[in-house]
Ligand binder design. Structure first.
Ligand code: HEC
Ligand code: HEC
Ligand code: HEC
Ligand code: HEC
Length: 122
């Protein structure tokens, strides 16, 4: 590899690294999106399926607060919560039963609700 293409590769890697760190910081700093969640829609689901913290001693707090305020959790909060909430809705819908939203982002992320996270439990 010529010296020139080597320095080009190094430059690209440096830019990617900087963008990645920048994305991390943005995710951790941004307020969490508002979420619609009603326990009454979920009375058939065992508490433990969602409230792992009641049992595994990760701590006493609201889900979003804890998941947002620990940077290592905030980075994959979107993936974790979509896997929990959306995947269950998708499984149930596939079986032909009434389920919550899967693709309608606005049905869960309703801007008319207050943002969750640092501001409160919603
Ligand atoms: C079944 C409910 C549900 C649906 C449908 C849903 N989401 Fe989410 N989403 C959540 C939950 C819960 C969280 C984690 C809490 C939060 O970030 O506010 C989350 C987190 C996120 C985050 C990360 C926010 C952060 O603070 O890090 C983004 C971005 C996002 N969703 C985008 C979308 C988009 C785009 C769609 C539609 C394609 C969508 N969501 C559909 C429930 C849902
Ligand atoms: C499908 C997931 C799910 C199930 C099942 C569930 N919860 Fe929750 N619960 C949540 C979410 C998400 C929040 C935070 C959002 C909010 O406050 O609106 C929450 C909040 C709470 C809170 C407020 C304090 C806190 O820890 O955030 C209590 C208390 C609670 N749930 C008790 C229960 C009990 C008891 C059961 C079983 C009968 C139960 N939940 C079942 C998802 C669930
Ligand atoms: C006090 C902190 C805390 C609270 C409160 C909390 N979590 Fe967590 N959660 C964690 C930690 C830490 C992990 C990572 C655990 C691990 O990797 O074993 C985690 C992991 C998860 C995961 C990913 C699990 C997997 O499959 O790997 C989901 C989904 C999740 N939590 C949802 C919730 C929901 C929903 C609530 C509220 C009902 C909640 N958490 C409350 C700290 C918390
Ligand atoms: C284990 C399965 C399961 C999990 C996990 C789950 N849900 Fe649901 N959800 C349901 C079912 C089933 C319904 C439909 C209840 C009905 O219509 O009778 C529903 C309904 C909903 C609705 C729609 C209520 C309406 O008025 O149509 C919303 C919004 C919702 N869920 C959000 C969430 C969010 C946010 C999470 C994650 C924090 C979550 N759900 C986790 C099963 C689940």
């Amino acid at each position: 590899m010529s010296r020139r293409s080597l320095s080009l590769v190094l430059l690209v890697l440096a830019v990617c690294g900087a963008l990645y760190q920048w994305r991390e910081r943005l995710i951790v700093r941004a307020p969490m999106l508002a979420i619609v969640f009603d326990h009454q829609d979920h009375y058939t689901v065992k508490c433990a399926s969602c409230h792992h913290n009641f049992f595994d001693k990760t701590g006493q707090d609201s889900c979003y607060f804890c998941h947002k305020n620990r940077p290592e959790l905030a980075l994959h909060a979107q993936a974790d919560f979509h896997a929990l909430c959306r995947d269950c809705h998708a499984r149930i819908a596939q079986q032909g039963f009434a389920s919550g939203p899967v693709r309608r982002c606005g049905a869960c992320h309703d801007w008319t609700h207050a943002a969750v996270g640092a501001a409160g439990t919603r």
